[in-house]
Design a protein around this ligand. Structure first.
Ligand code: SF4
Length: 377
């Protein structure tokens, strides 16, 4: 890894792992009373000593979420442009050795999918591809961004690591965010599950979010795929990565996601079982230690879990998602070409009704270029 500061931050995460085993209820109470943005505080909240204080953690997380985000939950939709991928990630339904049909959306189809999402009222879209390949290369992704930005004020990408010049080009075309999960910060496990392909380059992936911020990207979303490796170590490393980016690029935004591995995905079994209570605790702990960072939850999660987390730590959620290529226009019929199964298939009306019933306000549009232009004027 070239970046010594980031490497050092991750070393601190590894050192904080020991604190998780030795934390006391008194330490948990002290952190709950005055949480701080440091990995030591997070370690205390992740310890089993905090298990008897989950209600207090949830209450504090909700209050902090409200004071920084109001009662709002920002909504977005993912749009899968292509499922071609040369990658060999053992946990992914798009891996090159999976027997499934491959396709990419052509120009007119991208328009059709975007229209379907626009029709839902959403104005925030995330464009996804697999690893860089001839069928879905940088030019193809850039075209997708260009088309989407004509209709959507907020366009993000979740694709392959790029050069700084490529990120800068996406920004020019109207892209405002990059989502790129490290998947696992455990180096040995990373090598094991990324069997072949460009994604085997751990350092390139780790440094990509920073590269995008240097290129002028407004925000980056990072995450770990919980279940691949020791979840406590993953949470600590993810926290340190976020804190590093937030401090160094303080004018930009950092978002954090908490995907957990679906065991059935591609026939792959999670090494670590991630229960609801544990995941909720992690999200609340992140909210306490990073009160102003958007925390994201996708439709991978079941409705009951999503409902309980909305506004209680989580401030941004995907909705009405389709994880197959062309999934919006075909009404979600899809085929065998989903990257992963979604567990919350509620329509947008039903989901928003749930938010309203909880006193929360769904936000369909959270960004406009005029805000940036106004700031620059
Ligand atoms: S996780 Fe990404 S790179 Fe890996 S196989 Fe799936 S789509 Fe390809």
């Amino acid at each position: 890894m070239n970046n010594n500061d980031l490497a050092l931050c991750l070393e601190h995460a590894a050192a904080a792992r020991e604190k998780v085993a030795t934390a006391t209820p008194q330490q948990v109470a002290a952190v709950l009373a005055a949480p701080r943005a440091d990995v030591g505080s997070l370690a205390v909240l992740l310890s089993s000593a905090a298990d008897g204080m989950l209600e207090a953690m949830a209450g504090r997380a909700q209050r902090l979420t409200r004071s920084h985000f109001g009662r709002t939950v920002a909504l977005y939709a993912p749009l899968y442009l292509s499922n071609y991928c040369p990658g060999g990630c053992s946990y992914c339904g798009f891996a090159a050795d999976r027997q499934q049909s491959r396709r990419r959306l052509e120009h007119a189809e991208i328009e059709t999918e975007l229209q379907a999402i626009h029709h839902l009222g959403l104005r925030d879209v995330l464009l996804l591809t697999g690893e860089r390949c001839p069928e879905a290369d940088f030019d193809y992704l850039a075209l997708g961004v260009e088309i989407a930005a004509r209709r959507f004020p907020a366009v993000g990408v979740e694709a392959f690591p790029m050069t700084e010049a490529e990120y800068a080009r996406l920004v020019e075309l109207g892209c405002i965010s990059l989502t790129l999960y490290q998947e696992t910060y455990d180096r040995a496990r990373y090598d094991e599950v990324h069997r072949w392909g460009p994604k085997r380059d751990y350092a390139a992936r780790l440094e990509a979010p920073e590269c995008a911020l240097r290129a002028g990207m407004r925000s980056v979303g990072i995450g770990a795929l919980f279940g691949l490796a020791d979840p406590v170590s993953e949470a600590l490393a993810l926290f340190q990565h976020a804190l590093y980016l937030k401090r160094k690029y303080w004018k930009s935004g950092v978002m954090i996601s908490f995907p957990r591995l679906c065991s059935e995905q591609g026939g792959f079994s999670a090494e670590y079982e991630i229960g609801d209570q544990w995941l909720a605790k992690v999200i609340w702990a992140f909210r306490l230690c990073l009160p102003d960072v958007p925390l994201v939850l996708s439709t991978r999660e079941r409705p009951a879990f999503r409902d309980g987390m909305a506004g209680v730590g989580v401030s941004r959620m995907s909705v009405a998602s389709r994880t197959s290529v062309g999934g919006y226009a075909d009404g979600g019929a899809g085929g065998d070409d989903r990257q992963f199964s979604i567990n919350d298939d509620r329509g947008i009306d039903e989901f928003c009704a749930m938010l309203h019933a909880r006193g929360l306000q769904p936000v369909f549009k959270n960004w406009d270029a005029a805000l940036r232009d106004g700031a620059a004027a």
